[in-house]
Design a protein around this ligand. Structure first.
Ligand SMILES: O=C(O)[C@H]1O[C@H](OP(=O)(O)OP(=O)(O)OC[C@H]2O[C@@H](n3ccc(=O)[nH]c3=O)[C@H](O)[C@@H]2O)[C@H](O)[C@@H](O)[C@@H]1O
Length: 413
């Protein structure tokens, strides 16, 4: 009896051990084979690089896209080229005859079909976008091996102020780790490129003195997004100081326009007004106005190109610094803040639809009450002079929106 029950115990134990192994094995396979499990907004760089590092035909394509076609032209690696600002800047550079190669990870932070449509647009003008992540140093080094880029326009980032509470690690991944990875490759490139990159008006955080000047403090960010952009500015300082990289940060002020970002208020307000859905309009405590220095994309593009054209050469090579290099930070805003409720009134007129307004207290999730740029430094150094007011810019946006989505029907993502 005793013998039999012992045997039974052994066989049950063996069964339990067997099934535990099977179970653990399945978990192991699931985690190691599934694509990026950390977040939907980040992509797996190694997986993409294997697909893109594809031999002589691919290298030829990279070279052709980056080839300079005008006298005194520059060759630019544009990161985030399938993004809103990236697409416009890439197209503008290509139009003047500069060499442009795009890089984008096509993440799913917002509808990737819009990114694919922007990619198709660039493709038609001769700009190739490599699908890859800025954290993939191997891929970046390969691109620098193929092309001696004179400049990098670094626009790849995790954008959006409020999403940082939902997915904080995507901000660290793209805006901090990604920036460091890119600068590591730039620092050891020979020659080193000059780098112009997107910072943000959000670095002014809780400041109350307006308009915001580059000389003002920027050490009280209201969101993790703002904190990662501020960290980027400090990281830029370090790479400039140690390795002689020429670095220019551009603090963009709420950029809007055709081919814009669906996560931004002007964009989803348009979509929801057309659908008859109510739109949340934030107000500050004591019914205080919330306002933004909305800046039209064409003005931003001019600022970006001027920053590239005035960027001095980096002074190091192969990871060594030979002398002091340029380090700049500019506000690129419109200098005329508009209350969010006025933005809605303009949209109502352009769309010929009355909005269902739902006024609500600004949630404490990263927003600031107002932004307002002092642009005198950019005016002096870059000749930057915005010329598009919100009414004019939104008219162009709405025209694009209606033609792209066909009256809002296609926007059901
Ligand atoms: O200037 C910048 O640096 C930043 O501009 C925008 O951030 P934000 O100004 O917050 O742009 P939106 O999210 O489009 O919001 C615009 C305005 O609408 C308001 N809003 C937003 C959402 C909403 O549901 N209701 C509402 O009233 C916001 O408070 C804000 O005043 C971008 O999303 C950031 O990526 C960028 O870095």
């Amino acid at each position: 009896m005793k013998h039999i029950s012992k045997q039974r115990v052994y066989s049950s134990l063996a069964k339990i051990a067997f099934w535990s192994f099977m179970f653990l094995g399945l978990i192991f396979i699931f985690f190691f084979r599934s694509p990026s499990s950390s977040s939907s907004a980040t992509s797996d760089p190694s997986r993409r690089s294997l697909r893109t590092l594809a031999g002589p035909a691919w290298e030829k394509r990279v070279r052709a896209s980056a080839r300079i076609r005008s006298r005194n032209g520059i060759s630019v690696l544009v990161t985030g080229a399938a993004g809103f600002v990236g697409t416009h800047v890439s197209a503008a550079l290509k139009r003047r005859g500069d060499g442009v190669l795009g890089l984008d990870n096509f993440n799913h932070y917002y509808d990737p079909s819009l990114k694919l449509a922007r990619q198709a647009l660039l493709e038609r003008s001769g700009v190739y976008i490599v699908e890859g992540d800025i954290n993939d140093e191997k891929l970046l080094r390969k691109l620098f091996d193929i092309v001696a880029f004179t400049h990098v326009m670094h626009l790849a980032a995790q954008a959006g102020v409020r999403y940082a509470m939902e997915n904080p690690s995507s901000y660290v991944h793209s805006n901090i780790a990604g920036l460091v990875s890119l600068l590591e490759v730039c620092k050891s490139a020979n020659p080193q490129p000059a780098i112009v990159w997107a910072s943000s008006s959000s670095v002014y955080g809780l400041n109350t003195k307006v308009p915001f000047s580059e000389k003002d403090r920027s050490d009280q960010p209201a969101s993790l997004y703002a904190a990662t952009k501020k960290a980027g500015e400090e990281i830029a300082h370090t790479y400039n100081h140690i390795y002689g990289l020429s670095l220019t940060g551009l603090r963009f002020f709420t950029v809007y326009g055709p081919w814009g970002r669906p996560d931004m208020a002007y964009f989803f307000f348009t979509k929801d007004i057309l659908k008859g859905k109510s739109i949340p309009i934030f107000e500050a405590s004591d019914h205080g106005t919330v306002a933004r220095d909305f800046t039209y994309i064409d003005d931003i593009v001019k600022g970006c190109l001027a920053a590239l054209d005035t960027a001095e050469k980096s002074t190091g090579s192969g990871g060594k610094k030979r002398g002091a290099a340029q380090l700049r930070v500019f506000n690129l805003g419109n200098t005329s803040p508009v209350p969010v409720s006025d933005l809605v009134s303009i949209l109502e007129k352009l769309l010929k639809v009355k909005a269902k307004r739902s006024i609500m207290k600004m949630p404490r999730n990263g927003d600031v009450q107002f932004t307002h740029a002092n642009i005198s430094y950019a005016q002096r150094e870059l000749g930057y002079k915005p010329t598009t007011d919100l009414q004019t810019g939104l008219k162009k946006f709405v025209r694009w929106y209606l033609s792209y989505y066909g009256g809002g029907k296609k926007s059901d993502q």
